[in-house]
Structure formats: C-alpha cells, structure tokens
Design a protein around this ligand. Structure first.
Ligand code: SF4
Ligand code: SF4
Length: 443
C-alpha cells in the first residue's frame, strides 16, 4: 500500500490572484422577489413540519422544519413561505428548498441571547451564517481541538471573497476571535492571509501568517503542512490532528452576531464573468443567481457553464434559480467555447497529472479504479485518501477525464459506507445490550 502523504512537489505553478491594495467596495445586489434556503433533510420526513406554505417569517428568524431535527436555516428576508419542496444536490444529497416571497415591510427577528457566549448558543443560532461556520469539531470532545485556523485567503483561483473580508471587517474578525476562544477554550488561533504580507493587523488575538501565492497553498491540508508544519496522514483529516478551519467571513459573522444580537444575512461573493471581469458582490443569502446575472447584464447561452465556487474546485449548476448559499464564495461564468468538456477518451498515460499532483499520487492509475467504481481499491492501493481535492489533475489532463469529479464521488461514497457501517454496529450493540439486560432481569 502506498498511502503517501502529500509532500507538495509539483512542476506546475498557478498563481492565486491578490486583490489590489485599494480593495473595491462590493456592489449590492438585492433579491427581486424570492429567496430560497436549502434546509438539510434529516430525521423523520413523514413528521408534520413546523412551518407550512403561507407562514410568515421575519428577517433573522430561525426555521427548523421538524421539531426533533437540529438542522435549521435562518430566514434572510421578511415574507411568506411560498413553497417547501425537495431538492437534490451534488451526489444525491437531499434538501428541503424553502422559498420565501419577499415583503417590502421588513421585520427583524428579536435578538438571540448574545449576552452569554457559549458553544450551545452558537450551534443553536449561528450555524447558518455567511461563511458557514462549522462547529461540529468544537462540539466533539474526542476531537480535542487545540488550534483554530482562520482562512483569510480563498482556496480557489480568481476568488477574492475572504481577502476582502480580512481587509474590511477586521474589527468583526477580532470580536469573533474573542468569542471563539471563549466558547471553545482554544487559545491558539492563527489567521492566514493571502500573500506574504502579515503587517498592519495590530493586536487581534491571533497569530497572523502569510501564505504562498501559488495554488493550492490555501487548501487546509497545504496550510497544515506549510504553516503549521504538520502533515495530515492519508485517511485522517485536520480535525483528527486537533486543528479546526473556519473562513474569515464565518469568524466575522460570529463577531457581528454576538456584537449586535442580530444574525447577519448578507453574503460577500466574487462574480467572474465570461470576459474574466471580477466583481465583489454583497447579496442576501438565498438570492437566485439569475438576479445577480441580470443586475450586470450577463447573458447565458446554451451550454455556457455556471460554476459555484472557483474554476479549479467549483461545481457546475444547471439552474439560474439556484440560490446563493452561506458558503457560496464565487460564481464563475464560462463561455461554452472556454469550457473544458469531459470526454470519453481513455487515459493515454502521458503522465501530466502525475507530474502536476502536489500529493504525488499516481493519478493515472488511480483514475482507472475510479472509472470502474472500485473506490475501496482506489483508497487502499492508489492513495485516494491522500488527495487534497485541488483539481490540478483535471486541469492538465489531455484526455479531459473529469478526475476531480470521480475523486469527489469516490470519497462521498466511502464516507457513506463508513457512516452506515458505524450505524449498523451501534444498532447491533444496542440490541445486544438490551437483550443482555433483559436476560439479567429475568434471571
Ligand atoms: S485533485 Fe488530483 S492533482 Fe490534486 S491532489 Fe488530488 S489527485 Fe492530486
Ligand atoms: S493527464 Fe489524463 S491522460 Fe495523461 S496520464 Fe493523467 S489521466 Fe491519463
């Protein structure tokens, strides 16, 4: 078994784009009529939902569809729910899409309890914030998180969202850092910024470190290696190593929320249009992509691509009604003539992917197992779990094999298999314990 850890040797160098010193102010885009919020589907879907079509909701109101389900969304507008319908995302992930017709008479939800900063409060009220903070690792005692890394650099090319937030919301980030320390007990906080500059941040309660400008230096596993000096072994993740990552926007949102008691609902993102123009945008979570493109007269022709995220790691969407999500950092529009079409050409063993891979994976071998759906073999023998999801192999592949998409699917399926295995083991243990308890009582 190879099981290599990534060591970061690559012949390719692609540069992240840094925002100019004088960062432009984001242009505001309002949702025209409706916003849509994706509520993760968990639990008993046959139960009667707590919200129905026609219900009125306020800006900042928590919408938990099912009483026993911890999942929720935050209404980003005031209005009436116009529909609740199933939505299938990437790899078959299930959501309830909650659409809300906007009422111009905005009502703001009462402040949440921001006087006591606690992890429970954050989990209960601040999970659906701009930047999508993930508290799960902080809430799991067995993970024993000792470091929080705040990413002030965006992980994909052409995207400047978190760079902007670091430039303009430093006070919110500073407050967010204080809150994070208080609710997690973690004292070591590191803010990583785009480029080498680590000057001018003052005392913000975190160590500030600059990142190399070559892609994929801003991906978590690269930050672990280059900034923290720790290599994440294959099959493990950063949290297993005691490190939790949060975006600068997420931390700024936490700071803003605890500072005011109101839940922020506006998202910063970067729009890249067909001619390569980049714009910073501020819009409400749930705004349809269509409204953003209409605002800037961006026309979409047949077979043009709309990509959520960046050009290396993003995912194409098929509908202009798709909403801006809490973690939508970028929208990239590709003209059909510039889009790389996946082909059914076979691998020609040119070796470009192997030379380019920063994890030094034998990608040309890996891809054969992925194409055949042999995911466990790919993990056991060809370093699937050492992959850092950078997408460079797909970018360089002359046969246009959608390698990153295969990799994402394989990891998703392996995670699902592992989760169901854990669930079956837990159920079996519970049944055995119950049987033993009954037998002991009878005896
Ligand atoms: S996405 Fe491709 S190039 Fe990047 S680490 Fe994974 S296999 Fe290597
Ligand atoms: S770049 Fe594409 S064609 Fe070349 S070896 Fe890798 S997978 Fe095969």
């Amino acid at each position: 078994m190879l099981k290599k850890s990534f060591l970061g040797l690559t012949n390719y160098r692609i540069e992240y784009e840094l925002l100019p010193v004088k960062v432009p102010v984001p242009e505001k885009v309002s949702a025209s009529k409706t916003v849509t919020l994706f509520h993760p589907k968990n639990g008993d879907l046959s139960a009667a939902p707590a919200f129905q079509t026609g219900d009125r909701v306020k800006t900042g109101q928590k919408i938990a569809l099912f009483a026993d389900d911890p999942a929720y969304v935050i209404s980003s507008v005031t209005g009436n729910i116009s529909s609740i319908s199933p939505y299938t995302g990437d790899f078959g992930k299930q959501f309830n899409a909650i659409s809300i017709n906007i009422d111009e008479n905005e009502e703001i939800e009462e402040p949440f309890d921001n006087q006591t900063a606690s992890l429970d409060t954050a989990v209960a009220h601040l999970a659906f914030l701009p930047g999508n903070p993930a508290y799960s690792a902080l809430a799991e005692p067995e993970k024993a998180i000792n470091t929080i890394v705040i990413t002030g650099a965006d992980d994909d090319l052409l995207i400047g969202t978190n760079q902007y937030v670091v430039s303009y919301a430093l006070n919110d980030i500073k407050r967010g850092i204080g809150i994070l320390k208080e609710i997690s007990g973690v004292e070591q906080i590191v803010l990583v910024t785009a480029g080498e500059s680590v000057q001018g941040y003052g005392h913000i309660g975190a160590e500030v470190k600059g990142l190399d400008t070559g892609y994929p230096a801003a991906l978590p596993r690269m930050i672990m290696k280059d900034v923290l000096g720790e290599v994440v072994p294959a099959g493990s993740n950063c949290e297993d190593m005691g490190v939790c990552f949060m975006s600068a926007e997420a931390v700024a949102s936490i700071g803003k929320a605890f500072g005011s008691g109101q839940i922020p609902v506006n998202k910063i993102l970067t729009l890249v249009t067909k001619d390569g123009t980049q714009r910073l945008i501020e819009t409400t979570i749930g705004t349809p992509i269509r409204d953003i493109l209409d605002k800037f007269d961006v026309s979409i022709n047949e077979e043009d691509r709309i990509i959520l995220g960046g050009p290396m790691r993003g995912s194409a969407i098929y509908s202009l009604d798709h909403p801006v999500l809490p973690d939508t950092n970028g929208i990239v529009i590709l003209d059909r003539n510039d889009a790389a079409y996946a082909s059914d050409y076979p691998c020609i063993n040119c070796g470009d992917c192997v030379r380019a891979c920063p994890a030094q994976i034998q990608v040309h071998m890996l891809v054969r197992f992925l194409e055949a759906g042999q995911f466990e073999e790919a993990a056991d023998n060809y370093d699937l779990l050492s992959c850092i999801d950078c997408g460079i192999c797909s970018f360089v592949c002359v046969s246009r094999i959608p390698i990153l998409q295969y990799i994402k699917l394989a990891k998703y399926e392996l995670d699902r298999a592992k989760a169901s295995e854990i669930m079956e083991t837990t159920e079996t243990t519970e049944v055995t314990e119950a049987t033993e308890a009954t037998e002991a009582t009878d005896a």
